[in-house]
Structure formats: structure tokens, C-alpha cells
Design a protein around this ligand. Sequence first.
Ligand code: AMP
Length: 424
Amino acid sequence: MGAGQKIKAPRGTEDILPEAWLRRRRIEIEAEALFSRAGYGRIGTPVFEDTDLFARGVGEDTDIVQKEMFTFEDLGGRSVTLRPEGTAAICRAYVEHGMHKLPQPVRLWYQGDFFRYEAPQAGRYRQFTQLGLEAIGSDLPEADAEAISLLDELVRTLGVPGVRLAIGSIGSADSRAAYRRELQEHLRKHEQELAHEVRERIATNPLRAFDSKDESTRAVMEAAPKLVDRLDDADAEHFEAVKGHLDALGIDYEVDPTLVRGLDYYTRTVFAIKCDRLGAQSEIGGGGRFDGLIAELGGPQVPAIGWAMGIERVLLALESESDGREASAQGADVFVAVADPDERKRALVFVHEVRRKGLSCEMDLAGRGLKGQFKQADRVGATYTVILEPDGGAQLKEMSSGEQAELDTGAILDRLVSEAGGEL
Ligand code: AMP
């Protein structure tokens, strides 16, 4: 790109400006409070990992691994990948730090940036933020119910409108293998009626056919055998127990026998929360049980359950309801104005002192005249404006009443601090 030409943020990414950060922070604060009451501690893992982690963890045949990963060779010749999801890395960390020796289940939550090379559209980006949790080390249906209830509770606490929770069970690896063959047979029988990409995946990922938006494929899938009807006794019993617990918790859900997720590691319970205010990308969050993943990554046979929620989709859903009034990232308790530019150094020192007392304070840095500075004080919503005068004197102006008093700066500082005690 030539010098002087504008450079834009990469396709599928966005800048997060100060007001948007406030909205994101609120979500994080609510989530952290909810999770910590349930005994979840925060975990962070690297933004990039060995490519092999995702190939093995997420699954070679998934869309994510086949065509959506940001994979590159680092300068040392290693193949690394920007993380497309959180669970594989958390399981890696669980094994790497010997967390199976801790009291089980180990409850972990996370928030961070994830990367998928997808075709960008509303609600689908190449860099996005997921907030999620994993409870590792319990196969009890109560653990499923706890995880699902935390997602449900979070979405409700945040006030996301029009949400629906769907749950299903995809059984264990064994019952799924038998079912897979049965489904492949059904798909082959109707091959001519299937969309091209579905036909291509009969051998590798037949379950994804349930996700197809193609009308004729959907008709074939309506008549397809359903995995929920093919669960073995233990899996079916587990699913019944999860549903019973959700009923006891008063959580609304529908059973979706065609619920499949884009990751290979799921076993038994799967779930998703959708928001009917969003368009094609309506899923706010989802997850499931992954009883085989830790062993797959070289750890012990440890069952686990978790989910992830997309922050951008939550924000889009909330925006659909918003009254347009935004919290402002800017604002100051006190604005310091100078009657003469020569007083700027004094202002700088005074602003510093006010901030050290714990108050928010600003001064003009745009060379405005006194009138312009008052306007700026209004704009930032200052409760008080301090005017520093050339003779060393100062005035304190209360903005709401317009009342003004001549005081020395020490007395002004004392007054501001005592007013702040009563909430400025
Ligand atoms: P997944 O990791 O695919 O199960 O996705 C979990 C959640 O992450 C989804 O429900 C979405 O809310 C969000 N998500 C997944 N992919 C994207 C993307 N490309 N852009 C924005 N959000 C996403």
C-alpha cells in the first residue's frame, strides 16, 4: 500500500471505542460476579497454540479446522494457530498443570479474543470475543444442569431479549458411531436431493447435514433417523436426569433432536441459546459435554462440560432493544479552567492534585479561550469548574447553580474532597 493511503482495520475485525468498552465491561463484571458465586476461577491461555492442539482437539473434519483457522509458521518453523475456540486450550492447561490432582470438578471461566477465517456478516467476525466456562472432572448430570443454568442466568441478568434455550444429547462416541453409519445410509439413499456441500461431507461429517439451510436437504433430514432416539441406556438416563434438573430449576428449554455443534469433541449433552432478534447468526452461546477430550489430548480419562457465549452477539441483541441512550466514557467531576494561558502549568499541577484525591478532573488541552473552556466543562458534565486567575487567585464555580466563590486553591481542594465524600 502506498504511503499516505488510508489503512483500514482488517476484514472481519473492528475497533472497540471507549463507549463500546463500557458495554463490554458491564458484561464481564456481571459474568465474573455470577461465576465467582458458583466457585469458578478465571483462566487465561495463550492467543496462539500449537496447530496440532486444535487439529486433535476440535477435530480434523470440522469446518473450523478445515477452512477457518489462522495458521502460520513462526520464525522458528513451528506451525502455530490463532485460537479458534477456548476449550481445547483449557483442557491442555488442565493436563499440563496436573489439575486432575485438585478436588474435582475444577471450575474455570475465561474471556478473550478468538479467530476464525469466516465470511464476515452481522454477528460473524474473524476476530470475536467469547466468554465461557468449563467444569472439568464430573460426569454427573447435576454438573450439566449447573453449567446450563449459569448460561441461562447470565443471559437473563444481562437482559438479552427474546432468548430460547435448546438442548439435546448426542450420546457417547460408541452410540454415535453406530448412528453415524445409519445416518450415512439414509443420506446416500437420498443423495440426489442433497445440497452439494452436504453430499461432500457424507463420509466425513454427516451430522452437519442437520445444519443445512437448503430446502430439499431439510426435507431429507426431517425424515432422517435422530440420534436422541438411538442413545444407549446410560446416555438416555443421563439426558433424562439433566432435563429433570432443569425442570427443578425452573429453566425453560426445548429438546431439539437435531442439535449438532460444529466441534467434534462433544458427547452426551449439547445446548444452545438463540436470540430471535438476531438474523442468520442467531446463536448467542452454546456448548456441551466433552467426556473424551482430555484423554484425546494425552491426559487422564476425565469428563467435562462447558459453554461459550459470543460477546458481539450479546451486544447486537441488546442494541436491538436499546433506547439509544449511551453511557459516556468521558466525564469529569471537576474541570480546571485558566483565565490566561500562562496559568496552564499551575492548572496541570492542580489537576494532578485533584486526581490524586480520587476525583476525576480535566483541563483544556486544545488552547480554548475562557468561554470555550466553560463549554468544555459542560460537555464533560463537570460538577465544579475551578478557574485559575493570573494573580494567583482562584474561583470555584458550582455548575448547576452557577454560584461562584473566590478561594485559594488549598481551600478549593479541601472543599472538593469533602463534597466528594457526599458524592459529587
Ligand atoms: P462455538 O465456539 O462455535 O460453539 O461458538 C460459541 C459462540 O461463539 C457462538 O454461539 C457465537 O455467539 C460465538 N461465535 C462463534 N463464532 C463466531 C464468529 N465468527 N463471530 C462472532 N461470534 C462467534
